[in-house]
Ligand binder design. Sequence first.
Ligand SMILES: [Mg+2]
Length: 153
Amino acid sequence: MLFKCYCYIIDKRGNAMNDTKKIFETYCDFVTKVTSEPSLDIDSLKKSIEKIQNGSEIDAPRILTAALGLSSESGEFTEIVKKIFLQGKPADKENVFHMKRELGDIMWYWVTACMALKLDPTEVILENQKKLEARYGEKFTVNQSEVRAKGDL
Ligand SMILES: [Mg+2]
């Protein structure tokens, strides 16, 4: 299917391009239909942010900053690993230093998330340790990784 779409896109004849355009118009309509109001409308997004900010303990601006930052900084870290393993980037001290810098950025956003949720960072780490010990005991196994107890997130 992807190859077929690619063929439509590179074909310079009008009909093929129109087919591609129709496919994307139809798909864009579908995407819009299955998108929430706060993702489509600024006033709805503002209401959602205010509801969370005023109706919970969560610091809305800070958790949005943390969530966006964690994702982007994790991507920066992953890109270095990708380039080392797949694109010939040297596995040298310079790139380890670069990964160290990205891990620091991740930590900054991770602590921001803890503060936004009023969580003690030490307790978050201990909770993770408790969860993994309950899941694996002393040693990792594939079965325990794949077959989780109810509520084991
Ligand atoms: Mg960074």
